[in-house]
Design a protein. Structure first.
Length: 371
């Protein structure tokens, strides 16, 4: 992918879904309060919503009475009538949210027994559920029309290829460009108009002052699209567009059986995340589409497949073009060089196959298990 003015190694690690780090710094339309936790992520929230009930729900607590709020100086904040007198602050002076047990232990309480592990996972599910309920109740989309998938969002060439079921593989094969023998493929994906609308929607949400968590364990800035209502869109995008491509290009890696996803937008700026360290994705197949905005630098670099040592001498760099998609195996090791100016947003869709993972977990031949 080459870049034309409007573009978009370190230690190897696996990027995974996570909430244990800084969130984007929005420029909200009303005062927000920043919170940290012991191992449960950080988030910003409109000050008017910072009640004991809402905060305990966002912490996944069944009993609001077990919630403790502490200032950055270490002083406990008490509630009056279910409300806290919290000041609008910055990420550097955030309040700490914790349970009484966490305060007593002085940090994150590691689950040890099977019962404690199940309780911990159930709490995490409640945290996600309550966050999404709060967003659904208070967030008003700027472009509601893009929350429902439409083929009109696709580049005409991709739309044409998908509309030929009798020769779908042939049409897609002719559309993609193979950038490396290790399996890096680019193709025209979204229209510039859709890319612009999605960028505007992400910025609109960041200004809302509603709770956001980091997209994964490596990116600090961006939005999890499933959190703000894009699950139906992403599901249809995965089924309509990614599944045919993954089936054609990565069948040996579970591409023909992808049935789940984690979808998010990552954001790179000169004052936020400028680069992405060397890693591999928690996916079978990854779709990466540059949305904009105007920026310089930030090329993606690839260094071979994780379990294929003979490929580790690979040195491939790909620049970003707005609307152009990159499809690669999740285990293809990569990173992003620093941007040199501007802001870049990319839509990332980690596509996963439950059957492929189950087969590998039991030591089976996943390819045979899928046929």
């Amino acid at each position: 992918m080459s870049e034309q003015g409007s573009t978009s190694g370190a230690e190897e690690s696996s990027a995974s879904t996570s909430s244990d780090a800084p969130t984007p710094t929005p420029t909200p339309s009303e005062p927000v309060v920043y919170f940290g936790t012991f191992g449960h992520g950080e988030f910003a929230l409109q000050r008017r919503l910072c009640t004991r009930q809402v905060l305990s729900q966002l912490m996944g607590l069944k009993a609001p009475s077990s919630l403790v709020v502490v200032t950055c100086e270490g002083d406990e904040v008490t509630s009056e009538g279910g409300s806290y007198a919290l000041k609008a602050n910055t990420p550097q002076s955030k309040y700490l949210l914790a349970t009484e047990e966490e305060v007593e232990e002085g940090g994150f309480v590691q689950p040890k027994t099977q019962h404690e592990v199940h309780a911990f996972l159930a709490r995490r599910e409640r945290m996600v559920e309550k966050k999404r309920e709060l967003i659904k109740e208070h967030f008003r989309p700027l472009h509601p029309e893009i929350y429902e998938y439409s083929d009109s969002f696709l580049h005409p060439d991709l739309r044409s290829a998908l509309d030929h079921p009798s020769d779908a593989d042939g049409a897609l094969q002719r559309l993609v460009t193979k950038e490396a023998e290790t399996g890096l493929y680019t193709l025209p994906f979204f229209t510039p108009h859709f890319c612009a609308l999605l960028c505007e929607e992400v910025h609109h949400f960041e200004r809302s002052g509603l709770p956001t968590t980091r997209p994964n364990s490596m990116n600090n800035y961006g939005v999890i699209l499933d959190d703000i209502g894009f699950t139906p869109f992403l599901t249809r995008l995965r089924e309509r567009c990614v599944l045919p491509l993954a089936s054609l290009l990565f069948k040996h890696r579970g591409g023909a059986s992808i049935d789940g996803h984690h979808g998010f937008v990552v954001q790179y700026t000169m004052k936020g995340d400028r680069k992405l360290d060397f890693h591999f994705d928690d996916s079978e197949v990854t779709l990466n589409v540059c949305l904009g905005m105007r920026f310089q630098g930030g090329a993606l670099y690839f260094r071979g497949i994780l379990e294929e040592e003979s490929t580790h001498t690979e040195e491939v760099a790909l620049e970003h073009r707005v609307g152009v998609g990159l499809v690669h195996a999740g285990k293809h090791r990569h990173g992003a060089m620093p941007i040199e100016a501007g802001e870049r947003l990319n839509l990332i869709l980690w596509c996963r196959s439950s059957s492929y993972r189950a087969a590998h977990a039991h030591g089976q031949c996943a390819c045979c298990a899928h046929d």
